[in-house]
Design a protein around this ligand. Structure first.
Ligand code: ZN
Length: 420
């Protein structure tokens, strides 16, 4: 998902910054991949065949290797899989996609990973950690819709022409330069890790709001997933800082003890026995060891903090707070509590909504009861009922009322005709 895991990419970014300058200036002439026109074009275009092939190859490789990014992954087919599959199906139907063309894989890891990702071509991967971590269906729906949003917006294909997606480009460049890990880097730079730009992420969130609303989930409740993550991060940082303060006090105490013992040892000849010398030495060695350990820990902590700052600077996801703000605004818009123009300060969210209007997207239609209780299947259950003309008219009405998507209409119409 792109929820985390930017660190590897970032290291590569830092390493190859110099080398990357010339390819970047070439691509700078490409047009803005985040304009309304670009989003409209992406919404209208099918998933490119090369991405479908890449995704299939990746899946074959993942299934046979059983590991990813150095960690083992296990395919799971239990009730967690049923839950995620049912969820993805609902979301795809709301998007007007045919779920039968999509593959959903549930991957178990140790330790758990609260994440999911969609490859360019119709493969959805959900980690069991995400299913366990999501406290409501709204959250699971939002995270998965976000991933499907990347696919609907063809972010992987667009990233290849995008001046802002430099990190992804650099990861691929690094892969070409690094013979040893060539395959790994290529796979994960292109498919598994987050190689989306921050604009892409905001767009995917906007699509997620539209999808989850249409299915009947609460998009804002879905954003709880991110605020909880942020709170956990803040808490960990606070705990680390408290630990450092405690360590520092212990070092100071050990140093004081060392000084006191040394002074006493030096104060009178009667204290200067071999036994006392050994004791003073041991106490002072301990103080010194603690001091060194403390300094190393502080150094590591500062480095981690710098890395975190760098991460949030280059982070492909919008900062959590901005993210929550735009999801809240979009949710209000979706429920007619504010107008489209008022979204303009959330630039990519606004553009996505404009683009959805331009293509008259099914995602803007009223929440479809079909998504939870499949209306589209109703005619199939009453084959002896109405005649062909009536069935087709009924189906057409359902589509015109926005109860079913165009794709569902077409599929159902074909089924009725086939049966006839
Ligand atoms: Zn994402």
């Amino acid at each position: 998902m792109c929820i985390g895991a930017h660190r590897a990419t970032l290291t590569i970014f830092a390493l190859f910054l110099g080398l990357a300058l010339s390819p970047l200036s070439v691509s700078a002439q490409l047009k803005d991949q985040h304009s309304v026109e670009a989003i409209v074009a992406a919404l209208k275009s099918p998933i490119p065949p090369n991405l479908v092939k890449e995704a299939r190859d990746f899946d074959d490789k993942l299934m046979s290797a059983g590991h990813m990014e150095g960690g083992k992954v296990y395919l799971v087919t239990d009730e967690r899989s049923a839950r995620a599959n049912a969820m993805v199906r609902k979301l795809l139907e709301a998007m007007g996609e045919d779920p039968s063309h999509w593959v959903v894989r549930i991957l178990d890891t140790d330790p758990p990973v609260a994440n999911a990702f969609v490859t360019g071509g119709k493969y959805v991967y959900v980690y069991t950690g995400l299913i366990g971590e999501a406290t409501s269906d709204d959250e699971l729906a939002f995270v998965l819709s976000h991933e499907l949003g990347h696919s609907l917006l063809k972010h992987r294909a667009r990233a290849q022409e995008d001046v802002t997606s430099t990190i992804a480009g650099l990861a691929v460049l690094a892969a070409m330069l690094s013979k040893k890990h060539k395959d790994d880097y290529l796979d994960f730079a292109k498919i598994a890790t987050t190689s989306y730009s921050r604009g892409d992420e905001e767009e995917a969130d906007a699509i997620a709001v539209a999808i989850t609303r249409r299915v009947g989930f609460d998009p804002l409740r879905g954003a709880d997933f991110f605020s909880r993550g942020k709170r956990q991060q803040d808490k960990t940082q606070q705990e680390n800082e408290q630990l450092l303060v405690k360590m520092r006090q212990e070092v100071q105490q050990a140093q004081t003890t060392c000084q006191q013992w040394t002074q006493q040892y030096n104060s009178s000849r009667q204290y200067q026995t071999q036994e006392n010398a050994n004791k003073v030495n041991a106490i002072c060695r301990d103080a010194e060891a603690r001091r060194l350990h403390y300094n190393q820990t502080v150094q590591r902590y500062n480095l981690a903090m710098q890395q975190q700052k760098l991460d949030s600077f280059f982070a492909t996801h919008p900062q959590e707070q901005n993210r929550i703000a735009s999801i809240a605004a979009l949710t209000d818009y979706a429920h007619n509590r504010r107008d489209l123009q008022s979204l303009s300060k959330f630039q990519q969210s606004y553009r996505v909504m404009l683009a959805l209007q331009k293509v008259d997207s099914v995602l803007l239609k009223a929440p479809a009861p079909a998504a939870t209780a499949p209306v589209a299947d109703a005619p199939a259950k009453t084959p002896a009922g109405p005649g062909l003309a009536e069935q087709l008219a009924q189906l057409k009405r359902a589509r015109d009322q926005g109860l079913i998507t165009d794709a569902e209409y077409e599929r159902k119409r074909q089924q009725i005709l086939n049966r006839y």
